[in-house]
Design a protein around this ligand. Structure first.
Ligand code: UDP
Length: 296
């Protein structure tokens, strides 16, 4: 969050740099089962973000000391390709990608029926091929489709979306300039089936009212727009032929149960209220500000 720039992020008609209105998402495309070698995979194009997710497992966790004798662990790895950003990104893990991997692992683990697979690991790889702000939301959205594609039993899909503040306005789904020169970014991930929030961060500053508005914009877009695209992507893959459906069932049955997953009536206002009344459950982790510190 830079905040100190003369760049006009929103014009006098309320239109953003890329032509969007305050509450408009970038165009999103989701495809399931794009990789042959992985147990499950998905590809998400979200505006100018491109993210590929691949899932392996459940399989025995190695080394053995990472095993949990009662349940599976979910090990998610977020990585940005060297060519994903304007300036070549130095390859390998940095503070930011370690942080994102950790919070996405925890978010995915929260919906996975890990108790069914003691000592196992479910490995989730997210490769950001092109980045334009909002990659962690695109990545977790891809990851949960890839897990469903792998037939991993989950309590529901996880859907990511961000909102924030730029040009003094609360806006949905920040683009690169809005992220760089804006005032706040609130990425979150929700389980539309249950209304559970499994990831919530805030970078920058918002008043309580602005936060509530950002939270409402992001949850509504996640539930009403992004989530149906995830379900559609799985339907397209598994409803293609009977053979595919059978494969989906023998593969654990989840992809099939997801097909029957109807977007539940989630009321974002209710979720905001619910969270306000259980404040201790909201872990507002301040995002790593490393990228402003020249740690690119
Ligand atoms: N970014 C970059 N180099 C980095 C990290 C981030 O150019 O090392 C860009 C990238 O386009 C990313 C954006 O900054 O999407 C916003 O990064 P942030 O940390 O807010 O995460 P994101 O919004 O992608 O989840």
């Amino acid at each position: 969050m830079g905040g100190h720039s003369d760049i006009v992020l929103i014009d006098k008609n309320g239109i953003r740099l890329d032509g969007r209105k305050a509450d408009e998402l970038r165009p999103i495309k989701i495809e399931a089962g794009v990789l042959k070698r992985a147990d499950g995979s998905a590809y998400v194009v979200w505006g100018n973000n491109m993210v590929l997710a691949a899932v392996y497992g459940p399989r025995e966790a190695h080394p053995r000391h990472v095993q949990n004798s009662n349940r599976a662990i979910v090990q998610a790895k977020y990585n940005m390709a060297a060519f994903s950003v304007g300036d070549r990104k130095r390859p390998g893990p940095d503070r930011r990608s370690v942080e994102i991997s950790k919070i996405i692992s925890e978010a995915l683990e929260a919906v996975t029926m890990t108790e069914l697979f003691p000592r196992a690991t479910i490995d989730v790889y997210m490769e950001v091929l092109q980045a334009n702000a909002g990659t962690r939301c695109a990545a977790i959205t891809a990851a949960s489709v890839a897990m469903a594609d792998a037939g991993i039993p989950m309590r529901g899909l996880v859907t990511g979306c961000a909102a924030g503040k730029a040009g003094d306005k609360v806006i949905l789904d920040l683009g690169q300039e809005e992220d760089n020169f804006g005032q706040a970014d609130v990425p979150l991930a929700i389980v539309p089936r249950t209304g559970e929030v499994v990831l919530l961060q805030m970078d920058g500053h918002l008043t309580q009212e602005e936060f509530d508005e950002a939270f409402r914009l992001a949850t509504e877009a996640a539930v009403n727009v992004v989530y149906p695209l995830q379900v559609e992507a799985l339907k397209r893959k598994y409803a293609g032929s009977t053979e595919d459906i059978e494969e989906g069932i023998t593969n654990g049955g989840l992809a099939n149960s997801v097909i029957n997953e109807t977007p539940s009536e989630v009321n974002a206002d209710e979720i905001v209220e619910e969270l306000a009344s259980r404040e201790e459950k909201v872990a507002l982790e301040d995002m790593d500000d490393g990228k402003q510190g020249g740690e690119q």
